[in-house]
Design a protein around this ligand. Structure first.
Ligand SMILES: CC(C)(COP(=O)(O)OP(=O)(O)OC[C@H]1O[C@@H](n2cnc3c(N)ncnc32)[C@H](O)[C@@H]1OP(=O)(O)O)[C@@H](O)C(=O)NCCC(=O)NCCS
Length: 410
């Protein structure tokens, strides 16, 4: 092993000073053939390009703020970032982020310094092989997911070798070295939990609706002034920016919810927190999330919201979300009309290439609405939330801009 960086001696509990161990010296787990995993340290700010998953520039001082301020906040939100370090020379080569904010599932994302090229691909494969079994066996997590690009052959082979299965595929979501690639989601179902709960893939999920795509309800051109803040106007509804004042009716309707199943149970919203959230989201430029109020054209009443989550303007994709807050307006096509306004905005104004959507089952109406809007089923994530003494599935969908453009207009 090459020499590691020299650092100041540490003080042990009995007051004696002992030299800081070098590299992976004394480490008993998460040490592989070529790399090992360790926690992030202040000095790692200098190696930020190797571990911070962004294509934009990050200076050492910005990295120091990320380490001291952003990562502790994420850690409190059950998102833990650790580093991948090369054993041979103690060089930081990447990072692993473990997200367990919504038990029982764990999301894993592994980033390897793109400057390492083919060697980096090998290290990512090794990281998968080392980390997934550790999360399953030691953290006793029932299910672990990782999203890979369809051209990451070594990482995919490693995932399959340790027993992960492809569980969803989001077509053409990524733009990598001049070509569009799929996001392939792999799922590791912990065999210990499978022995108790059985194979969740054997469970057929209930469907509702005809499953047939319907004509797109396009936006309309007005010969009068548009409603205040409107960005897209349809036949019956329009989309406008969410205002602080919308928080009160949205909170009120959250207490009048009639259906317990959506989003894994009802929840009560605070107008204060909702207003704060809308204002915070709108500060970001470019934004990561965009939410619009859905209002009736006939009386400007707010009936729901539609939005984009995790907007990625480089790869040109996002997750779509919708909720008609007033139960009396569900099942009447208002949600689908609002969604088509959102899709038109996403594809024709933001120039997105594709969108995806996640439905917590048994929300069969939401899935039926997506199918009628032209989305295709892309797979499912099993054991994604607690349900009736076991775990339920999230069914996922995707839709390409070109597919949406080819749908008939009504
Ligand atoms: C999901 C939602 C946005 C869809 O909007 P919508 O205006 O209700 O949808 P539509 O009326 O266009 O389509 C609903 C489809 O579900 C079917 N459906 C209607 N009521 C249903 C019910 N109670 N159970 C199951 N399916 C139902 C309809 O038949 C229709 O399909 P079809 O036209 O093929 O027959 C809306 O229902 C909603 O906000 N629900 C609560 C929040 C939610 O679930 N959000 C999505 C989270 S992923």
């Amino acid at each position: 092993m090459a020499e590691a960086t020299t650092t100041a001696p540490a003080t042990s509990p009995n007051g004696e000073t002992e030299p800081k161990p070098k590299g992976y010296e004394g480490q008993t787990f998460l040490v592989g053939e070529e790399i090992y995993v360790r926690g992030i340290e202040e000095e790692d700010a200098k190696a930020v390009t190797a571990w911070h998953d962004t294509i934009f520039p990050t200076s050492t001082s910005r990295a120091a703020t990320i380490i001291k301020e952003d990562l502790p906040k994420q850690w409190s939100a059950r998102k833990n970032t650790m580093l991948l370090v090369r054993k041979a020379d103690d060089r930081v080569v990447g990072s692993v982020v473990i997200i367990s904010s919504w038990p029982p599932g764990t999301d894993l994302s592994i980033y390897v310094d793109p400057m390492l090229g083919a060697a980096g691909a090998r290290l990512k494969a090794e990281a998968i092989t080392m980390i997934v079994p550790w999360i399953a066996e030691e953290n006793q997590k029932p299910v672990i997911w990782i999203e890979l690009a369809s051209d990451e052959a070594l990482a995919i082979a490693a995932a399959e070798r340790i027993g992960m299965r492809e569980t969803a595929r989001f077509r053409e979501a990524l733009w990598r070295r001049g070509q569009r690639r799929d996001i392939v989601a792999f799922e590791y179902l912990n065999p210990t939990w499978m022995a108790t709960l059985g194979d969740p893939n054997a469970i057929e999920l209930e469907r509702s609706g005809t499953g047939q795509p319907r004509p797109v309800t396009p936006s309309v051109t007005l010969d009068v002034d548009p409603p205040s803040h409107a960005v897209m106007v349809g036949k019956r509804v329009y989309l406008r920016a969410l205002q602080k004042e919308d928080a009160e009716p949205i909170a009120r309707w959250s207490r009048r919810e009639t259906e317990p199943f959506w989003d894994a149970g009802r929840f009560v919203r605070s107008p204060v927190l909702f207003a704060h959230w809308t204002q915070e989201e709108q500060k970001e430029d470019p934004p990561e999330h965009i939410w619009w109020a859905v209002c009736l054209r006939e009386n400007d009443e707010l009936i729901g919201q539609v939005g984009l989550i995790d907007l990625d303007l480089v790869n040109r994709y996002a997750e779509t979300g919708s909720e008609i807050n007033r139960p009396d307006y569900r099942g009447g096509g208002y949600g689908s009309e609002a969604k088509h306004l959102l899709l038109e905005y996403s594809f024709e104004r933001l120039n997105l290439h594709m969108v995806r959507s996640f439905v917590i089952f048994p929300n069969t109406r939401s899935a039926a609405a997506l199918r009628k809007q032209g989305y295709r089923e892309a797979g499912r994530f099993n054991w994604a939330f607690n349900l009736n003494g076991t775990y339920g599935a999230v069914v996922v969908f995707d839709l390409l801009a070109e597919e949406w453009r080819a749908l008939p207009r009504g």
